[in-house]
Design a protein around this ligand. Structure first.
Ligand code: SF4
Length: 492
């Protein structure tokens, strides 16, 4: 279905398109000029102190309209924009819900972090029950998703509001051995390894400068995460050198995750080296336990390799292992996904992340013209949830992305004593992050001002290598603002 959109508020065109995609998937056109199957016309006016929105949907000879009114907020600021956007989206959503007879599980919500909205309700003094009611009324959220949010809020209690001086460390390794078909990250294939040594030199320089920055501004770094890419695509000696450098500069951390995502990058020597460092958590990601799918999506390992690597890591003493799986991979049906979950269940990792496939614009799947078909994705996601519960885990963080199958979500589950604080901080954005390496985005969280200063590192690896000092300068600027804002210049 191609839907043309004509709106009097062009600043909300993308938001309206997001709502259309909730019902029609990725085929929603957003320009009136294109040939289309349906057209959506939106008008907006101010009637006294009220905003009046009207949407008309025309499909062939059929025409359906929806009006909605709300008291206008006229502070000419962010709140006005937020409320107006919400009203426009709700009106469009109600019209399409009536036309299609469908109710998306996340209702009209299109954002990445639904937990935020729950926290906002609680911060207004509402009880859990009142917050649920408000979210249902405002966004038409289903009971099932409200239960999921409830579970996450419970799991996060005690973790989300850490001291202002708390700051996480993220170190990015943007290399992988091969590129997965669904990957949209800026990571490059490691190829002949030509860029690795210059990259590590630049990264260690950034580590040096950022440890000084942390000391000067009083940042307390207790949580670290080495991600990517695939950090374990480095050689044992390279990764050993990097971890030694991090420890020298930041000391042993309370929580320190190294993504060892691809089983084909791990052997006994590399895992033993990781064990010799104060690494507290690793991830070994099957994505699927079906070899034909692994081949189709370009992962150069088998299911058996995942299993063998997992047992090897256990034998070496790793007691906090995460596994990632993906629902709705190309060619997979319910039985195949159930098989993956059964094998993962037998392995009994400490945490499990259940992703829903997203076809990002920069992925090979998208380039190949692959589109999501209507499948049993919601059922797969529910099966993932049940499998995690059966392992004694509870949901503790969640995020949604554009272009996900059926607009569902990615959920991190963990046993209560194996929650990864970094994942919570990263999703809830209540704790600052110093992000080092190509593509890292540092976040300086200023809670009192209710704002987050972001300092992105350039994603291009070659550019990062030559411009690393500039990346640190960006962080210095952001964290200096935070330091000044706290009690007239006290340390952050
Ligand atoms: S392992 Fe992860 S980062 Fe690397 S290509 Fe696959 S999806 Fe992308």
């Amino acid at each position: 279905m191609k839907t043309a959109i004509d709106t009097q508020l062009p600043q909300f065109q993308n938001d309206i398109a997001d709502v259309v995609r909730l019902f029609y998937g990725e085929g929603a056109a957003v320009t009136p000029q294109e040939p289309h199957d349906a057209s959506l016309v939106h008008t907006h006016r101010l009637d006294g102190s009220q905003w009046c929105e009207a949407f008309t949907l025309t499909v062939g000879d059929e025409r359906l309209s929806m009006d909605m009114r709300a008291d206008a907020v006229t502070d000419a600021g962010l709140e006005e924009k937020r409320q107006l956007k919400r009203l426009v989206k709700r009106c469009c959503y109600q019209l399409l819900k009536r036309y299609t007879g469908r109710t998306p599980a996340w209702g009209s919500l299109t954002g990445i972090r639904p937990t935020r909205l729950y926290y906002q309700q609680l911060e207004r003094g509402k009880s859990r029950g009142e917050a649920r009611t408000a979210l249902h009324e405002l966004f038409d959220l289903s009971e099932e998703k409200l239960d999921l949010l409830d579970e996450i809020i419970t799991a996060q209690s005690g973790w989300v509001h850490r001291p202002q001086s708390a700051c996480d460390l993220y170190v990015g390794i943007p290399f992988c051995t091969t590129r997965c078909a669904y990957c949209s990250f800026s990571s490059g294939e490691i190829g002949d390894g030509r860029l690795v040594e210059p990259y590590l030199a630049a990264l260690m320089h950034e580590i040096d400068l950022c440890s000084e920055l942390a000391q000067e501004t009083g940042l307390q770094i207790r949580v670290g995460y080495v991600g990517g890419g695939t950090p374990s695509s480095l050689t044992t000696a390279q990764l050993d050198r990097l971890l030694t450098h991090i420890e020298r500069r930041f000391g042993p951390l309370d929580e320190f995750t190294v993504e060892a995502g691809r089983p084909d990058t791990l052997d006994e020597e590399k895992l033993s080296m990781l064990r010799a460092h104060p690494v507290t958590r690793i991830s070994i990601n099957p994505q699927t336990m079906n070899d034909e799918t692994l081949r189709a999506i370009g992962r150069a390992h088998t299911a058996q390799q995942t299993i063998d690597t997992y047992y090897l890591a256990r034998k070496l003493g790793f007691d906090d292992i995460n596994m990632d799986v993906i629902a709705a991979l190309p060619g997979e049906d319910l039985d195949m996904f159930a098989r993956t979950l059964r094998i993962v269940g037998e392995l009994a990792p400490d945490s499990l992340t259940v992703h829903t496939l997203a076809i990002k614009r920069s992925s090979r799947l998208h380039e190949q013209g692959y589109t999501q078909s209507e499948r049993d994705v919601a059922q797969m996601v529910q099966m993932g949830r049940e499998a995690a519960h059966a392992l004694g885990m509870r949901a503790y963080y969640l995020y949604r992305q554009k272009y996900m199958a059926e607009n569902l979500e990615n959920v991190g589950y963990a046993r209560p004593d194996r929650i990864c604080r970094y994942n919570i901080d990263n999703m809830e954005e209540t704790t600052s992050v110093l992000a080092l390496g190509a593509g890292g985005i540092s976040k300086c969280v200023m809670r009192q001002e209710e704002k987050i200063l972001r300092a992105p590192n350039i994603a291009n690896i070659e550019q990062y290598i030559v411009r690393v000092d500039e990346m640190v300068a960006r962080k210095r600027e952001a964290f200096a603002v935070k330091a000044r804002s706290l009690n007239g210049g006290e340390k952050a």
